[in-house]
Design a protein. Structure first.
Lengths: 228, 308
């Protein structure tokens, strides 16, 4: 299995609901609290496992706002795991999820240096690295109804821009979407082979020109004169 | 990259220590330590290991959770940081045996000297590969980084060897020439590194976002106050400050020590070699600060940089 996410950049509105839901679920999840510093102060800080960046793509007037939510890509060739000296970072053989054993991490930051996507953040309270778990404590929980065995970010997304699934299965929804919408990886040239895939925005449909008959044209002209 | 002071101290002082130990071993194998007594050689070795230990202790200061530091010996097969830790610790018993061999004139002294050289150089190499193996930082991901780390260590260690053996009155004038040549080569390497680094290359905001056919600008980074990623990777340095520091570094780490060493050959006191060494160490601290401050991690592309 190769579990991961598909994020639709066409429909993502950049509402940050996924990041908030992620923080809410994972702060009481398997990796312990995601601590905050000065949460009500002037410069609040804290560990988040998902962050949303908004970009302007193209030049005005032909530009478009694109929101790119970024969490761990669960790379097939995860350099963060290779560089880890303590063995705290590991990639699960059975489903490809990259996790950090909080009991082994010594907080050297090297894995965050090796990650090009900014997926790892040091929790200054526990002194250990925190990262997306793909909600490993949800997706296998048989106490939950089957429809809810998905990452918190996917469940909460109001525009259904996030899809969770197995990229090894060619008939899964994530594989189909990647195929049909030409899904792509971010920064593929570094060679980490990230699993999470982003669907580029679709070209806007040509707006249909409304044909105005001669009679309607005259009526509109008369209305405009009367209104004036 | 944020220049963490503990890491600057670690790489500079332990580098000088490994360099000094290497020259001590080389002196044993090539026969130019014979001028010094056993006690003097042991003092040189102790200075080397004290410098190394200061560096290693300093390196644990930047750990956020040092109680798990002992686990860093466990991933020798994949992690350069783990390899560095293993080789650094392995060197201690070997260096102690080498000291014993000097003191009691064991016949195995050459073997132990050779082993000390190999372990010191491998540890240095492992340290440099922690940086050079990161594909995310193009300024570090080059074979020049291990070459430079070796050159700094052998230069500063060689100069310290000269300063201390000069103090003992056992200075080898040929070694002085060799070290002066080495400092020049190191300077040349660093200038090549600066030249190479200025060339635009690597990932851009286009490949980072996947929009390779259009211009891309960051509108909103998604957080209202700096995060861990900003603090760790978002280090900003202005171009004029960078240029000034590069000039200071070149002068203090290389040109001035070379001048002082030349002055010594023209008859200045032996104490001037210690002055030259102190200058070089200060200059290398500036160099290491620049090494971090100039390194631009690709995560900055998601925070608004157009290229690394």
């Amino acid at each position: 299995m190769k579990l991961g996410l598909v994020v639709d950049l066409d429909t993502c509105v950049g509402c940050h609901a996924c990041a908030t839901a992620c923080k809410q679920w994972n702060t009481s999840g398997t990796i312990g609290p995601l601590s905050d510093e000065r949460p009500h102060g002037k410069d609040p800080s804290g560990s988040w496992l998902n962050r949303i960046h908004s970009y302007e793509v193209g030049d005005s007037p032909n530009s478009k706002t694109v929101n790119i939510p970024m969490s761990c890509m669960h790379c097939a060739d995860a350099a963060c795991v290779t560089v880890c000296p303590t063995g705290a970072s590991y990639k699960r053989e059975e489903d490809g999820i990259v996790l950090i054993d909080q009991d082994k991490c010594m907080g050297c930051n090297l894995c965050s240096w090796a990650c090009p996507y900014g997926a790892r953040e040091l929790d200054t309270d526990s002194g250990t690295m925190k990262k997306c778990t793909l909600c490993v404590d949800r997706i296998y929980d048989e106490q939950l109804p089957e429809a809810e065995r998905q990452p918190a970010c996917v469940l909460t997304c109001p525009t259904s821009s996030r899809v969770f699934g197995d990229f090894d299965d060619p008939d899964s929804e994530v594989s189909k979407l990647t195929r049909e919408r030409a899904g792509q990886q971010l920064m593929p040239e570094l060679g980490y082979n990230p699993v999470n895939t982003y669907l580029p925005p679709r070209n806007p449909k040509q707006q249909e020109q409304i044909k105005v008959s001669a009679m309607q044209g005259v009526k509109q002209l008369v209305n405009r004169i009367v209104n004036r | 990259m944020h220049p963490a002071f503990s890491v600057l101290i670690f790489t500079v002082t332990s580098g000088a220590g490994y360099g000094l130990l290497t020259w001590l071993g080389v002196g044993q194998l090539l026969g130019f330590t014979q001028a010094s007594t056993a006690d003097q050689q042991i003092i040189l070795g102790v200075i080397a290991m004290v410098l190394v230990s200061i560096g290693l202790l300093s390196s644990t200061m930047h750990l956020a959770n040092p109680k798990n530091a002992w686990r860093s010996f466990s991933r020798f097969r994949t992690s350069w940081l783990s390899r560095e830790a293993v080789f650094a610790i392995l060197l201690y018993p070997v260096a102690a045996l080498y000291a014993a061999a000097i003191f009691w004139q064991w016949s195995s002294i050459n073997v132990l000297a050779g082993l000390s050289i190999i372990l010191a150089l491998i540890t240095l190499f492992s340290t440099s590969m922690i940086y050079a193996s990161l594909k995310t930082i193009r300024q570090w991901n080059t074979p020049m980084v291990p070459a430079l780390f070796m050159a700094y260590a052998l230069s500063s260690g060689g100069l310290l060897f000269l300063a201390v053996s000069g103090f003992f009155g056992a200075l080898n004038p040929q070694l002085l020439t060799v070290v002066m040549g080495l400092v020049l080569i190191t300077l040349a390497l660093k200038l090549v590194y600066f030249f190479w680094q200025g060339k635009p290359q690597g990932a851009t905001i286009q490949t980072a976002t996947g929009f390779t056919q259009a211009s891309v600008r960051l509108l909103d980074a998604g957080h209202s106050a700096p995060t861990f990623l900003n603090r760790e990777f978002g280090y900003q340095i202005t171009a004029d400050k960078l240029l000034r520091l590069r000039i200071v570094m070149t002068l203090v780490a290389f040109i001035l020590p070379l001048g002082v060493m030349y002055w010594f050959t023209q008859g200045a006191s032996v104490a001037m070699l210690s002055v030259a060494w102190c200058l070089m160490m200060a200059g290398l601290l500036v160099e290491r600060w620049l090494f971090f401050a100039e390194a631009r991690h690709v995560v900055r592309l998601y925070q608004g940089d157009q290229r690394t």
